[in-house]
Design a binder for this molecule. Structure first.
Ligand code: SF4
Length: 363
């Protein structure tokens, strides 16, 4: 037990007690489960060695307790947008809508505020988070106290420099690749100042992937599906498998202001993604763990996503993605202040459903 609010099973699972049960977080797969009516004491009694095999058996034995009925008044996930800068210029990027110029200077202060809210994990993103030179320091502040996820485009040198630290801290790295074909990738996610479709962006990403896998750092690839990469996904699956990747997550494109003009013409709806997901699973499911985001957007996600901008200000997304700052001192909202603004029930469903989605059977 690292502290009274956190139980860790062999660096693979984190358990947070809730008022009527517990949240279980699978760190390597970024999956949340909620077990009603069970306590950390039950885990200690039934899995005295706190080992993965014992805990897997515990989860299996208590399948009936797995529900969405658990209540929580603390965030599961906080997204910290560490850098307002990015070296890419993706056509659908949302960063401009929430980021502000400049990077947080008082990172220790922000980290302290995050830890006070007792999240299960913190997602470090941007912009491109590895462009914030304080990233290693930030990871050190969180080490052993909260799980970290690094959301990166995989193209920067700092990512490769911090591989040992990523391994040591058990950080899950999520790299965005929309296609392993340079021309498709460059069309969707161009390098700033270089619009050439021939630029070998995949060489940079492959190098990062290779280093992360060699060091056994948990890795997941993220792909935003649009009409521009839909026909290329099988090739991407094959290339990912050849690279040694084992986790792949598909997203639907969200309508950011940046892509408002083309959104309708290139979007792929969730039903099409479900069909595509099923076909990919049939063909590559034995080699690649492929998931697709549930269509939580058609439900209510207002006030459910907690973010921190690059100036350290806490905010939630309201109606139409509008930003609502939280707390009197925006750098440090209390749990009570957060509770007044956030909808924790929807928050919980967002993070559970996002990864629980399975492609429905074809009718
Ligand atoms: S890598 Fe991320 S932050 Fe950078 S432009 Fe693309 S979507 Fe935006």
């Amino acid at each position: 037990m690292e502290n009274e609010n956190r139980l860790v099973i062999e660096r693979s699972y984190a358990i947070r007690p809730e008022s009527n049960g517990m949240t279980v977080y699978d760190k390597k797969k970024h999956k949340f489960f909620f077990l009603e009516g069970l306590t950390a004491e039950d885990v200690h009694r039934e899995v005295p060695a706190l080992d993965c095999a014992g805990f897997t058996a515990f989860m299996k034995a208590h399948e009936d307790c797995m529900t969405l009925n658990t209540r929580t008044d603390r965030p599961l996930y906080i997204g910290w947008q560490l850098s307002a800068e990015c070296n890419l210029d993706c056509i659908y990027c949302f960063a401009d809508t929430t980021l502000h110029q400049g990077n947080t200077t008082d990172i220790a202060d922000v980290a302290k505020s995050i830890l006070a809210l007792e999240p299960v994990c913190v997602g470090l993103s941007g912009g491109e988070p590895t462009l914030n030179r304080k990233l290693p320091e930030i990871m050190e502040l969180f080490k052993g106290r909260v799980d970290c996820i690094l959301n990166t485009n995989g193209t920067t040198p700092l990512l490769q420099h911090i591989v040992p630290q990523l391994k040591e801290t058990g950080t899950l790295v999520r790299i965005s690749i929309d296609s392993t074909s340079n021309s498709v990738q460059n069309a969707l996610r161009p390098v700033k100042g270089n619009r050439s479709l021939d630029f070998d962006q995949m060489r940079l990403i492959r190098k990062s992937v290779e280093m992360l896998l060699d060091a056994d750092v948990p890795l997941e690839i993220h792909t935003v599906v649009s009409t521009r990469n839909l026909n290329n996904l099988e090739q991407t699956a094959e290339d990912l498998i050849a690279m040694g990747v084992r986790r792949w997550h598909l997203y639907r494109m969200d309508p950011s202001p940046k892509c408002a003009d083309i959104y309708e013409s290139i979007r792929v709806d969730h039903k099409e993604i479900a069909v595509c997901h099923r076909k990919l699973l049939e063909k590559y499911g034995s080699k690649l763990d492929i998931t697709a985001a549930a269509d939580v957007r058609t439900g209510n996600r207002e006030r459910a996503i907690l973010l921190i901008d690059s100036n350290g200000r806490f905010m939630v997304k309201g109606k139409n993605q509008a930003v609502i700052y939280v707390g009197r001192d925006p750098k440090a909202p209390t749990k009570e202040e957060l509770g007044e603004v956030m909808d924790f029930e929807v928050h919980k469903r967002c993070y559970y459903m996002n990864y629980a989605y399975q492609a429905p059977a074809e009718k």
